[in-house]
Design a protein around this ligand. Structure first.
Ligand code: ADP
Length: 465
């Protein structure tokens, strides 16, 4: 049977998923990826292991199917530098979470407005540029011999035996070196970072044939994980947005052909379509707050138990939970803030705290959605959701009630892999755009707007700050 293979190279695992012509899943294979923590704040992966696990699951999942094309989606920003001659990495991959270049970013602070204007990003260790500089500072190999790649680039290099050195616009737009407006590497930023242009991959569209494997299969779709999910959720017009509920939440809204500069600490980035842009905002602690109820307070045994506990009370009983464990992200950006549980009385129970934790996830997302509206002037139409915690119906209903938006859960949970598959299938004629059906699992209609919760939250935030 003809099918599309999606490679989903994530932070904790390499996965491969085979989709049939109807967009349904035929096979899945997955391997864990070792996390390497050499020092506090440092996170590395072994590039050889990234490639080996990804190629192994690809072979396992695709056995017995006639693969028409391969799509790739990947953990973004993670940085690999290797010797073009030998194919050997100069060091381990520096993972997106790694904070080792924080001081380097501080030293570059005078250039921040330029980085922001050209790349849509903030100057932060999260992105690739300072990670590349770190690796260059620690190798004796002539930079002219070296190649840089994000994980998509590294995998394509492996799949084509070093014949193809490319990345796509969505991955390029997370490096701090790519002018998202002109769609090209930026020589001025390269000069500031002292990174030779010769190291960089050629940038192609997300839905373009990048190369062909030794078995003759086209690699035809590439997108970073969040942009792939946006595409997989079929958010391809201005105001369409998706939210992924996992450890944190990742909200991305399509803004059409215009790159919206944020005044509220959101990131501007390229979407997978041609000359299309998106606004991105993340909530650091979402599902992690539920883990905290489970592991630190011990009031639930499994994450999914939070729904029944929270539903056992009619309201939060005046309790607000601000899970600012690592500071506050957009739109507040206060790294020094810490969490708080407010409004506790003699009558407060574990159920009120559980309910307040779910409300906190929904309210943090509501603030990001409000920032997106204020920055773009585009009213979000509805919110399409995926990720582990979106299975919580109470949370989804709260999300609808605090935003006034319809919240729609996708039928296919694997929206990231599906997005990469769609890109590859479109580029090779396996699908036409009319073929790409998006199906809802369940729609959560907003009830009357919960301005009471929003106000209670605002008050709590001001205290936490
Ligand atoms: P990640 O990809 O970030 O590891 P997942 O998409 O696997 O995350 O989702 C797991 C997260 O979702 C965990 O933080 C967990 O606490 C939370 N979670 C899982 N199920 C539920 C649920 N039913 N209600 C609320 N949170 C949940």
């Amino acid at each position: 049977m003809k099918a599309i293979l999606a490679l989903d190279q994530g932070t904790t695992s390499s996965r491969a998923i085979v989709f049939d012509a109807a967009g349904d899943i035929l096979a899945v294979a997955q391997r864990e990826l070792r996390q390497i923590y050499p020092q506090p704040g440092w996170v590395e992966h072994d590039p050889r292991e990234i490639a080996a696990t990804q190629l192994a699951v690809a072979a396992e999942a695709s056995r017995g199917f006639d693969i028409a094309a391969i799509g790739i989606t990947n953990q973004r920003e993670t940085t690999i530098v290797w010797d073009r001659g030998t194919g050997e990495p100069v060091a381990n991959a520096i993972v997106w979470q790694d904070r080792r270049t924080a001081e380097m970013c501080d030293a570059l602070r005078e250039h921040e407005p330029l980085f922001r204007a050209r790349t849509g990003l903030v100057l932060d260790p999260y992105f690739s540029a300072t990670k590349i500089r770190w690796l260059l500072d620690r190798t004796r190999i002539d930079p002219e011999r070296l190649a840089f790649g994000t994980v998509d680039t590294w995998l394509i290099w492996q799949l084509t035996q070093g014949r193809v050195h490319v990345t796509d616009v969505t991955n390029a737009s997370r490096t701090l070196l790519f002018d998202i407006h002109r769609g090209e590497w930026d020589d001025e930023l390269l000069q500031i970072m002292n990174i030779p242009r010769s190291m960089l991959p050629r940038v192609i569209a997300s839905g373009e044939v990048a190369g062909v494997t030794s078995d003759g299969i086209p690699i035809a779709g590439i997108a970073g994980d969040q942009q792939a999910a946006l595409f997989g959720q079929r958010c391809v017009a201005p105001g369409m947005a998706k939210n992924t509920y996992g450890t944190g939440c990742f909200l991305v809204m399509h803004t059409g052909g215009s790159a919206v500069q944020s005044r509220h600490g959101l990131l501007t980035t390229r979407a997978a379509g041609a000359s299309e842009f998106a606004l991105e905002g993340s909530v650091f602690v979402a599902g992690a707050a539920i883990q905290w109820l489970r592991d630190n307070l011990g009031i639930i045994r499994h994450a999914a138990d939070v729904e029944a506990l929270a539903a056992s009370v009619p309201d939060n009983g005046g309790v607000t939970f601000v899970p600012a464990f690592t500071g506050l992200g957009a739109p507040h950006w206060d790294p020094h803030a810490r969490g708080a549980i407010l409004g506790i009385t003699r009558g407060t129970t574990a159920a009120h705290i559980a309910r307040a934790a779910l409300e906190a996830i929904a309210l943090q997302n509501a603030e990001v959605i409000e920032a997106m509206r204020a920055d773009s002037g585009i009213a979000m139409r509805e919110l399409r959701v995926d990720g582990g915690a979106c299975r919580n119906d109470l949370l989804m209903q709260l999300q609808a009630d605090v935003t006034g938006l319809r919240v729609i859960r996708s039928r296919v949970a694997e929206t990231t892999a599906l997005g990469a598959a769609y890109l590859a299938g479109l580029a090779t004629g396996f699908w036409k755009s009319d073929d790409l059906q998006w199906k809802a699992d369940r729609v959560f209609e907003p009830g009357s707007l919960r301005t009471d919760l929003v106000e209670q939250w605002r008050d709590a935030i001001s205290r936490v700050k």
